[in-house]
Design a protein around this ligand. Structure first.
Ligand SMILES: [Mg+2]
Ligand SMILES: [Zn+2]
Length: 448
């Protein structure tokens, strides 16, 4: 009798364990990459949100689990190509490499493993679709600048079910206003293959099935702070639409990569308003992904940047303060501000008052701005935006990337794999493990 009870107990325990195991790994993966988002970016966005809305928590705050080391195989400071390959293939590689190993041979990606098992795949970005981050999930090239090849592989080989973003120019021949040298129109070829195409907001809203491509600009989409909501969707709208389409009639699941692409561009430009508004737009997209995952219960959401950009500091020049209230008065990105300031006849003092709320320009600042405009100085945009940063007490140390660790956020089944401090390549391996993909074996069967 005692033996029988004991064995029943054991059986119950064993099945509980099995259930726990079965429940602990996801069916769907939403990988979110805020390009160029460092630890200071998180604080900046939270403080800005608190100052402008009173809300204390970002969606990102709700599922912070660790951080990641970002260095590349050939440099302590990574670029976006090597950074994305660490996540798509689970390997460290050299700067500029798009899903190829240091020796130049292709490495199998999460998307290729997903396709092999019948899952759907997609990318949602705000740069050109052929830019480094989405490219590393959907093509293999030795140099990120090979965007003609990247576009060809994305349409011909990747089998992606969903592509939303900017930058159609490498899909369209030069003769038709694009950038391709070989005369091919890959968007028309995609249409013939059965893709539904959307080229504007109305067509985007009408998309009702996969495969689908939505392209909103010849190059990058607008910075969030400049975005016209009647022309381009937000990252959150694109993410929500992508999740609706990917979930529909899809018993096997999906892998979706969503990138807050231009957080990085604003970092390169040392543009604090561009940076913070793109981060908050990204955070809104994260919220959509978390809502989906909570409802669905079988979806892992991971957010991890590829690197930090700009070496930004909140506080500078020995001042114990930074001022999100001042930053909140800035209405445009530095690209827009600099273009307006350089227009013939523009009054830079009046312009800064209107667009940035700055009314205390010093004589020295006014002289510098005016002389740089007159001389068409190549670094004028930096001069202009550093004046804006100074009013918010924000510092920048580089117009490139830096080597600091980035935050890792995970929610849903498989979260335990991401706790702590990990190599970026180990984060990529954990993504594969969560989805039961063997990328090493797949690399051998596909490429060796
Ligand atoms: Mg990117
Ligand atoms: Zn990057």
């Amino acid at each position: 009798m005692l033996l029988r009870i004991a064995s029943l107990f054991l059986l119950a325990f064993w099945s509980l364990q099995c259930n726990a195991q079965a429940q602990s790994l996801p069916k769907n993966l939403i990988l979110m990459i805020p390009d160029g988002f460092g630890p200071a970016s998180l604080t900046m966005a939270r403080d800005f949100q608190q100052a402008t809305t009173g809300k204390m928590q970002l969606a990102l705050d709700e599922f912070l689990v660790g951080n990641a080391r970002t260095y590349a195989s050939n440099s302590r400071v990574t670029d976006s190509a090597a950074g994305a390959t660490a996540y798509s293939c689970g390997i460290k590689t050299y700067n500029g490499a798009i899903a190829v190993a240091p020796d130049g041979t292709p490495c199998a990606t999460l998307f290729e493993a997903a396709k092999k098992r019948g899952l759907k795949t997609g990318v949602v970005v705000t740069t050109r679709i052929t830019h480094a981050t989405p490219a590393a999930f959907s093509s293999h090239v030795p140099r990120r600048a090979n965007e003609d090849d990247i576009a060809t592989q994305q349409i011909e080989n990747s089998g992606m079910d969903l592509i939303f973003g900017g930058g159609g120019k490498y899909f369209i021949p030069k003769e038709a206003g694009g950038a391709r040298a070989d005369g091919r129109n890959l968007l028309l070829e995609a249409k013939r293959k059965g893709y539904a195409l959307a080229g504007n907001l109305a067509e985007f809203h009408q998309l009702s099935k996969l495969p689908a491509i939505a392209v909103f600009a010849p190059d990058h989409m607008a910075y969030e702070v400049d975005r016209d909501p009647t022309k381009e969707p937000s990252l959150a709208e694109m993410t929500e639409k992508a999740l609706q389409l990917l979930q529909k009639n899809n018993p096997k699941g999906f892998v979706l990569m969503v990138e807050g692409s231009r957080i990085d561009h604003a970092g390169h430009a040392n543009d604090p308003a561009g940076h913070v508004h793109d981060i908050l737009a990204y955070d809104a997209a994260v919220r959509k992904a978390l809502e989906f995952a909570r409802r669905d219960g079988q979806t892992l959401v991971v957010s991890v940047a590829d690197h930090e950009t700009g070496g930004m500091t909140l506080g500078r020049d020995g001042v114990y303060q930074w001022k999100p209230e001042a930053l909140a008065k800035v209405k445009n990105s530095v690209d827009t501000l600099a273009a307006l300031a350089k227009k013939p006849g523009a009054d830079v003092v009046a312009l800064l008052k209107e667009k940035t709320g700055i009314t205390d320009l010093t004589e020295e600042e006014i002289t510098t701005l005016k002389s740089e405009i007159a001389a068409a100085a190549p670094r004028f945009a930096f001069t202009l935006i550093h004046i804006v940063s100074k009013r918010s007490i924000i510092g920048w140390t580089t117009d490139g990337h830096s080597a600091v660790d980035v935050t890792v956020h995970a929610y849903g089944p498989g979260t335990y794999l991401f706790r702590g401090n990990h190599e970026n390549a180990a984060v990529g391996q954990a993504l594969a493990k969560a989805m039961r993909f063997d990328l090493k074996a797949l690399t051998k069967t596909m490429f060796k």
